[in-house]
Design a protein around this ligand. Structure first.
Ligand SMILES: CC(C)(COP(=O)(O)OP(=O)(O)OC[C@H]1O[C@@H](n2cnc3c(N)ncnc32)[C@H](O)[C@@H]1OP(=O)(O)O)[C@@H](O)C(=O)NCCC(=O)NCCS
Length: 189
């Protein structure tokens, strides 16, 4: 499938049937799933069924992140709980191919998902809930302009413990003023 939104080295496209192979490998990797709350192990058949279901679900947009050069899938991201009445959604992402960790692609995905929510879909609020120990994801959110809004105590039971989650949020007005500030900084430099 053709790129839908692209950054400088990756692009997003809707999740496809054949993505199940990569998703199963990524989500069963303990280094990847240690900050996620999937029911493990993740199976091939249930993943194919999940892809079929979410592809037809108007309350979410599930994307695969691909390398712009090789076109190989390297991660996932999307919007959940899309609420058209209140014009908001929850955003999520992960980089499954660990060769890409620390390369800045996660930051590109973070920004493309905001572009999807605000510029393409016209939403007003995007939020993200992050396991309190997941410092890299919190930093990614902050660098993209999401504001730390609070902590949901014992929000989920995962990997044998109750987990606190930090809530981050960004409004369309924040997004637009941040973009303007970056634009005027670039124009001055
Ligand atoms: C979370 C994830 C997307 C981060 O991607 P990444 O490529 O590893 O992130 P980066 O290395 O670019 O780090 C992002 C920022 O966090 C900082 N960071 C990374 N690890 C950190 C740590 N342990 N403590 C503090 N800061 C940290 C980095 O320095 C970087 O900040 P900078 O841009 O100011 O230098 C990736 O590790 C992943 O997909 N993990 C599994 C799935 C997951 O947890 N998804 C999020 C669910 S909410």
């Amino acid at each position: 499938m053709e790129p839908f939104l692209h950054g400088c080295s990756i692009y997003l496209r809707p999740v496809e049937h054949d993505d199940s192979v990569h998703r199963v490998a990524w989500l069963n990797d303990p280094e990847i799933n240690r900050t996620l709350d999937f029911e493990l192990p993740v199976g091939e058949a249930m993943t194919r069924e999940w892809i079929r279901r979410v592809s037809a679900d108007g309350t979410r947009r599930d994307m695969t992140v691909c390398d712009l050069t090789s076109r190989q899938p390297i991660g996932w991201g999307g919007l959940l709980a899309i609420d058209w009445r209140h014009r908001k959604a929850e955003s999520y992402l992960g980089i499954g191919d660990k060769h890409y960790w620390g390369t800045g692609v996660a930051g590109q995905v973070r920004l493309l998902l905001l572009e999807l929510a605000f510029d393409v879909m016209g939403l007003n609020r995007v939020y993200s809930t992050v396991w309190v120990e997941n410092l890299a994801m919190q930093r990614l959110n902050e660098r993209a302009g999401l504001r730390r809004e609070g902590v949901l105590r014992a929000h989920k039971y995962a990997h044998g413990q109750y987990r606190d989650y930090v809530v981050y949020g960004i409004l369309r007005s924040d997004y637009e003023s941040d973009k303007q500030a970056v634009g005027s900084r670039d124009a001055r430099s």
